[in-house]
Design a protein around this ligand. Structure first.
Ligand SMILES: [Fe+2]
Ligand SMILES: [Fe+2]
Length: 170
């Protein structure tokens, strides 16, 4: 992947903070890097705008916790636009949750949408593979502690309370 396309983003605090955020059992940083790689490769393959696709991959889930499943693309696109990002990048980001969000309006938007879905499947595969060694569960527990947005689900909360009442290691 050509990192010069995102060299101003790779060390951005908003990108770095995602290392501590839980996203489908893995870190959100690992997810966005995978999406960025996939988006870059598909753009090359389809002769689309590689710069737009790569940057959209890096930025597509920023501040997603402030939105819903359907509209967090808008939240991320708004943030990107406020940073002066290319409107084509923002346009691609808005629709990455299609079919929960409106359909993409550009080829780059479609590429990001497909890259996000493919990366999510790859995230899941990596998670399941890591389960056999116990690494996935360990990493997930670390992320639950480091993620300021993480809230245990009610059932899990109940189990945690029960475990601490019984003085078991959580
Ligand atoms: Fe997303
Ligand atoms: Fe995503």
């Amino acid at each position: 992947m050509d990192l010069t396309l995102v060299d101003d983003l790779i060390d951005h605090p908003k990108i770095i903070e995602m290392r501590d955020h839980l996203h489908h059992g893995i870190s959100k940083y690992d997810h966005i890097i995978r999406v960025t790689r996939f988006s870059y490769r598909i753009a090359l393959w389809l002769n689309a705008d590689v710069r737009v696709c790569t940057r959209a991959g890096m930025l597509h889930d920023i501040n997603s916790r402030y939105g819903t499943l359907a509209n967090h693309g808008e939240v991320a696109a708004r943030w990107a636009a406020a940073q002066g990002e290319d409107p084509a990048v923002c346009e691609a980001i808005v629709s990455h949750m299609y079919p929960f969000a409106p359909a993409p309006t550009s080829r780059e938007g479609w590429i990001l949408t497909v890259a996000d879905k493919a990366a999510s499947m790859a995230d899941l595969t990596a998670y399941v593979r890591g389960m056999l060694r116990g690494e996935s569960q360990r990493r997930k527990r670390q992320l639950q502690l480091s993620d300021p947005f993480y809230r245990p689900k009610p059932k899990r909360l109940h189990r945690q309370r029960l475990r601490s009442a019984l003085d078991l290691e959580i």
